[in-house]
Design a protein around this ligand. Structure first.
Ligand SMILES: [Zn+2]
Length: 121
């Protein structure tokens, strides 16, 4: 998919592309991170010494790499689905037709992309 495809989405193209780049970065970092293990990354110190918190942390670290990659893939699929399409609607006079989402057909940027854009703040 070419970036130039969405060049007419003034202002909003940047957020969509920035989101895609951000999520790809997250996915890359997850893929390159060393798999968690007590002997590779270690076990974080727990000031409270709670065994339950320690187990929760260990479970989080053990699964974070694959879970983050799965979330990143989901985000990239959503970004691929929810992208601007040509207005295609009726325009009145010199007013350009409102651009719509290619997936949900709502006005661009659609609610899905607006929610995802919070990742950029
Ligand atoms: Zn949409």
């Amino acid at each position: 998919m070419s970036i130039d495809m969405f060049a007419s989405a003034a202002g909003q193209l940047d957020d969509h592309e920035r989101l895609r780049l951000y999520v790809e970065g997250v996915r890359e970092r997850a893929a390159q991170a060393a798999p968690w293990g007590p002997d590779t990354v270690g076990v974080p110190a727990q000031p409270t010494g709670s065994a339950l918190l320690r187990i929760n942390d260990a479970a989080f670290y053990a699964n974070a790499r694959t879970e983050i990659a799965a979330f990143a893939d989901l985000c990239l699929s959503l970004l691929d689905l929810h992208r601007p399409r040509d207005g295609g609607g009726l325009s009145s006079g010199s007013t350009a037709a409102a651009q719509r989402c290619n997936c949900c057909m709502l006005r661009w940027p659609c609610p899905t992309i607006r929610e995802m854009s919070h990742l950029l703040k």
